[in-house]
Design a protein around this ligand. Sequence first.
Ligand SMILES: [Zn+2]
Ligand SMILES: [Zn+2]
Ligand SMILES: [Zn+2]
Length: 763
Amino acid sequence: MLVRKAIEVSGIVQGVGFRPYIYRLANEQQLAGSVCNTAAGVSIEVQGPPASVDDFLARLPVGAPPLARITGITVREIACNGDRDFQIVTTHRGESVGTLISPDVAVCADCLREMFEPADRRCRYPFINCTNCGPRFTIVRNIPYDRPFTSMAAFRMCPACETEYDDPRNRRFHAQPNACWTCGPQVELWDLDGNRVETADPIAETVARLQGGEVIAIKGLGGFHLACDATNAAAVRMLRERKRRVEKPFAVMVPDVGVADGFCEVDAAERRLLLSPPRPIVLLRRRQDTEIAEDVAPFNRYLGVFLPYTPLHHLLFAAGGFTALVMTSANLSEEPICIANDEALHRLHKLADCFLVHNRDILLRCDDSVARVCRGRSRQLRRSRGFVPVPVFLREDVPSVLAVGGELKNTICLTQGRHAFLSQHIGDLENAESYGFFEEAIEHLQRILEITPVAIAYDLHPNYFSTRWALSQPRRPLIGVQHHHAHIGSCMAENNLEDRVIGIALDGTGYGTDGNIWGGEVLLADYDGFERAAHLAYVPLPGGEAAIREPWRMAVSYLTRHFGCDFVRGLPLVAAVPEKNLNVLFCMMEQGINSPLTSSCGRLFDAVAALAGIRRQVNYEAQAAIELEMAIDNSCDERAYSFDLIAEGEGWIIDTRKLFEGLLNDMACNVSIGDISRRFHNGLAEVLCEVARRIRNRWGLERVCLSGGTFQNEYLFERLCERLQKNGFQVFTHSEVPAGDGGLSLGQAVVAARRLNQSRVNR
Ligand SMILES: [Zn+2]
Ligand SMILES: [Zn+2]
Ligand SMILES: [Zn+2]
C-alpha cells in the first residue's frame, strides 16, 4: 500500500539549499514526488509506503540545512498518482516569491577547506561560496531572489560553475552568488587616486602594507572597513585622528577563538556567539597587559572582538602577518558606512592610505552587528549584518505598518502577517548622509519584502527627522507612539506577551506626553496603551543639547535643585567654571530658558559620573555612564544609596535627594569611586524593585519588562533582574532585538498595528 502526502513548509527555506536537502532525503527514503518553492515557502509531495513517509516527516525538521529556519509545517493526505521518482520543480517566475530572504552568512567550513586546497579550482579565491554561506541580503536588488536580480547579474557563470548551479546533488545548486576565478568578481589594490597598484597578488601586498603600519580601506560584505594592525600603537592613533573619533572604542578582528582567548576572557556562550554564522562583534572582558594598543578601546574593560567572515578576511590572516586588525566601519564619525568603490575614493580619501576593492557591488549597506552575552544569553546591541532581514516572529497576524524609529541608532520596521522585519542599523539621522540612507532603506526594504504599509508609526518628538519624514507622507494614517511605550512594546513583542506588564524603560531621551523629556520611567503598559506609574523626579536640562555633551551641567542641575545655588558655588566640580557662566546657568534653570525638564535616567548617570570626578564632558553618546559602570569596584560592598518614593496621583515620583546626600557624604570621607559607583547602581536597582513591589500590591501585576538603552549597562541589568526575581517577579528582557533605540521601531510597529485593528473594530 502507498500513501501520498502534501507538505507545506514555511520560514526561511529558500536560497538556503532546502530543496536539494529534501531531494536527498526523499531519495534516501526511496520516495516519489516533488518539491518546489512557493510564495509561502516550500511545497513538497511525497509518495511511498506509510512507514517511509513517516520517517521522512520525522527527519525533515531535524536535518534541515544550517541557514534554514522553519516556522511551520502542515501535512495533509492526498490521492496517490503514478509518480516513480522524485523531482525538483523549478518555478517559472524564479525562486523566491514574497518569502523570506536569508541574511548574509559567514563563509562555511567546506568552502574554507576548498579555498586552502592547492588542487582546488577555487584555491585562494576570495569570493568562494555555496548554498550554506556567502552574501545574500546585501546583494539583492529586487525579488525574486534570483541571480539576475542581484549584483551577481554582471557576472556570467562559466560552464564549470553552471554545472554545479544546475545539479541538485551539488552544494552549489542554485547558489546565486556562485563564482570562480574564471567567471566571478576579482580584487584589486588601488592608490588614493583610484589607480591600480601593480602587483601579482593584491592580498599579499595589502598584508605587507598593514604590517608596515598603513591604514587600508577594505571592501567587505556590507561595506568598507578601515583596517590597521591593532598592536601597532602609532597606526591606531593615526586612524583615530583621521577618523576624528576621539575615544569611542574600535572593534578588532582576530584569526580564531584561540587568539581571542589570549586577549580576552571567553566563556562557552561567548565562544558560540563568536563562531555563529552571523559572526557579530562580541563584547568580551579584556585581559590585562596584552599587545593590543591601548588606544583601541581607552577606559574600557571590554573589547569588541569578531572573527573573519568573508573568504577575503581569512586570506588576509592566513599569511600570519598580524594577530589582530582594527576593523572599523569606513566613514567619518557617525556617517553611514561606505559601500561603492567611487564613493570610497571620494569619502575615504583622507582616511585611508590605499584601497582593497572588488567589483561585486554592495547594494545595501549593512554594518557589523554587535552583541554580548549577559546572564547566559546573547544580547544584541546593534542588530545588523548576519541578522537582517530575519524577522521577529509575532504571536498573531498584524496589519502592514511602517515604523520609522527614533533619532539616534535609527532602525525602521515593516510588518506583514506574523513577521516584523527590523532593518539594519541606519545610524544617527541628524547626519545628512544617514538621513539619505534612512530614505533609501525604507524604499529598498519595501521593495524586496513586497510590503505596502497601510499606516506609518513614528515617535512623538516633533524635531526627530524620522517624525518629520513620517508627517510629510501623504494619505496613510499616521500613528504617533510615545517613546518609552514603544520600548516596552518592543520587549513585549519579542517575548510574545499580550497582557498588561510593569514596564521599566530607562534611557537618555524620549519625548513625553507632557512635552518634557522622559527617560526614567515605570509604566503599566500593553499594546493598547500605558499609564505612567512612576518616574525619576524632573530636573532642568540646562542648555538642552549642551547638557548632554557636558555632564557637569547635570550635576549642577541636581545639586542646585536639592541644596541651592550657594552650596553648588563652593564645590570643586565648578571650580573651573567662570563665575559669570555659572550665574547664567543658574538663571537659565530658574527661569526655564533653554532648560527643558527631564526625568532621564541617562542624565542621572551623567550627574553622578561628573560629581564623582569621572568625566565632565563626553565624546560619544553615553560615554560618562559607560565609564561610571567600568569604574565599579568588584569588591563585595553591598551598600546602596537610598531614594525616596513620593506619592503622586496613583503612582510615585522617584526622588534623588537622599542619593546625592549619601554620595556627597562618601566623597567627603574619601570613599573610592569604585564603591561610589557600585552604591549608586545598587541604589537604583533597589528603588526600581521597590516600585515594582508597590505596583504589584496596587494593581496585581507580576510580569516586568526591561527596555531602553540604559539596560546596556550590564551591572544594573544583572542586579535589577536578580532583585526582581528574588522578589517573585517574572522578568522579560531583550535578546534578539536591541534594548536601546535600535529596537524602538519594532515597538512602534506593534503598538500602531494594534491601534489600526481597534479603529477597524470600532468603525
Ligand atoms: Zn560554503
Ligand atoms: Zn566559474
Ligand atoms: Zn530610548
